[in-house]
Ligand binder design. Structure first.
Ligand SMILES: [Zn+2]
Length: 474
């Protein structure tokens, strides 16, 4: 009985051992698996690396508590070594990991801008400032490399980990500053009527273009024959279109004494005078005068061209009496004959223009000798007499030569006039021409051009003008 039981127990033991051996053989031994949550860490990143150990046996797993050895500093770039050990009873496993603390964030460049900053076209950009900073290296401003090209500046910087940043600044080219005009002479000028006005001019300077004096545009005119306030304005544009301006005020006031040769130093004046008209050439003459805004004096006769006298007055010219007639016999035989002609013409002018002129040019001039044929001493008497009556008579000191029996060329009229004016060396010039002579009228434009180019002022005569009286011959 005992023997029998013992036999069963022994047999069972063998069976268990055999089954165990088969199971161990088939399912293997205890296995440990180790892992870490990550092996790379961004510098400064607030994250921990965790390790995991898993034990496995016979298809079943269970968590083990891993031992971690080794340090890493997530605030400093570098490679750190840590070991992780997992164990279960006598089974254990150790793994070594390299932990990389790295920087993959590029530095930042900040561009500064200044209010109202600009770069003049074509000039170099004046740096407004910049800073560069990096999450790991800190201030990298000194490491920034600037590259300036035509219209932009490129800033680049690389941090110690090789991360590179590039930013670009567009250069704003502009010139918001207008040129400055500096007036020569006084800003406000007061002068008496009929003295030539000579503008002292102005200079202009621009911050970018430099001297712009040659480009100043001057506008406004001073009518020295008319009392009033006038403005001369100067303006100049720079190459960016900024406009600088300046104004001068000119006050023309009444004269205190007549102009005369003693006034020569005051300026160069030309009085163009035209006798014996109007004629069919007068219209053409008026148009030339308008073109240059030149005012002259017409000593008119009763030629029947009344509309031309109206036109002369309308365009601002002075009209004086030459005579109802140009017949020397009728004019200079008796004083009455002269006055009859004078007053009839004065009345006609008044009817036509509303102007009662008291300006006179004696036919033949005050120095004529032809009057001797009719009445001895009549010019001496008349010149004294008309002056007492308040009539202002004018002779001339520049002869155009257009009234000779033989017509001369337009070119010769021009030469005679400018030579005559030049010979006066700056004294007021009273020029005698006749607007009944086509070749003489044709010389006027060139005479004006010459006068203006040579600093002369053209004026119409009035009671205060220089009379250019000649020596009497009768
Ligand atoms: Zn005449």
């Amino acid at each position: 009985m005992n023997k029998w039981l013992l036999g069963i127990a022994a047999a069972l033991t063998v069976v268990i051992l055999v089954i165990s051996g088969i199971l161990i053989y088939r399912n293997g031994i205890y296995d440990i698996e180790i892992s870490v949550s990550k092996t790379g860490l961004r510098v400064g990143e607030d994250a921990e690396i965790t390790a995991k150990a898993v034990g496995r046996y016979n298809g079943k797993t269970h968590e083990l508590k891993p031992d971690i050895d080794g340090l890493y500093d997530n605030s400093r770039i570098g490679e750190y070594s840590i070991t992780v050990k997992g164990s279960y009873k006598r089974a254990e496993k150790t793994e070594t990991y390299t932990i990389k603390v790295f920087d993959d964030i590029a530095p930042q460049i900040t561009l500064q801008t200044k209010e109202g900053h600009y770069t003049l076209p074509g000039l170099q950009y004046e740096e407004e400032g910049f800073t560069a900073s990096d999450n790991y290296d800190g201030d990298l401003t000194d490491k920034v490399v600037r590259t300036e090209t035509a219209d932009k500046v490129t800033y680049t910087v690389t941090d110690s980990s090789g991360n590179k940043t590039e930013v670009t600044r567009e250069i704003v080219y502009s010139d918001p500053v207008a040129p400055v005009i500096t007036m020569m002479g006084e800003r406000e000028v007061t002068q008496e009527r009929k003295y030539p006005y000579h503008d002292a001019g102005a200079t202009a300077f621009d911050n970018y273009d430099g001297d712009l004096t040659d480009r100043i545009v001057t506008e406004g005119e001073v009518d020295v024959t008319t009392i009033g306030d006038y403005t001369i304005s100067y303006s100049v544009a720079d190459s960016s279109g900024n406009i600088g301006t300046a104004n001068r005020i000119i006050h023309i006031i009444e004269r205190t004494k007549p102009i005369g040769e003693e006034e020569e130093a005051k300026g160069k004046v030309i009085y163009l005078t035209f006798d014996d008209g109007p004629s069919g050439y007068t219209q053409k003459l008026l148009d030339v005068l308008d073109k240059y805004n030149v005012k002259v004096t017409f000593f008119v006769c009763n030629n029947g061209l009344d509309s031309m006298i109206v036109e002369e007055a309308k365009r601002g010219h002075t009209i004086g009496v030459h005579g109802w007639t140009h017949d020397y016999k009728k004019l200079y035989t008796t004083k009455e004959g002269f006055y009859d002609s004078f007053y009839k013409m004065q009345d006609r002018i008044f009817e036509l223009t509303g102007i009662r002129t008291n300006l006179l040019r004696f036919p033949g001039g005050s120095s004529n000798a032809v009057s001797r044929n009719y009445c001895k001493g009549i010019m001496t008497e008349l010149t004294k007499d008309v002056t007492e009556k308040g009539i202002y008579f004018f002779d001339w000191n520049v002869l155009s030569g257009d009234s000779e029996a033989q017509p001369i060329s337009t070119e010769q009229v021009y030469k005679n006039v400018i030579n005559g004016i030049t010979a006066l060396k700056g004294k007021p010039a009273v020029v005698l021409q006749h607007d009944i002579k086509n070749f003489s009228v044709n010389a006027v434009e060139d005479i004006i051009k010459w006068g203006l180019a040579n600093g002369y002022t053209f004026l119409p005569l009035d009671e205060t003008s220089y009379g250019a009286h000649q020596r009497l011959n009768n």
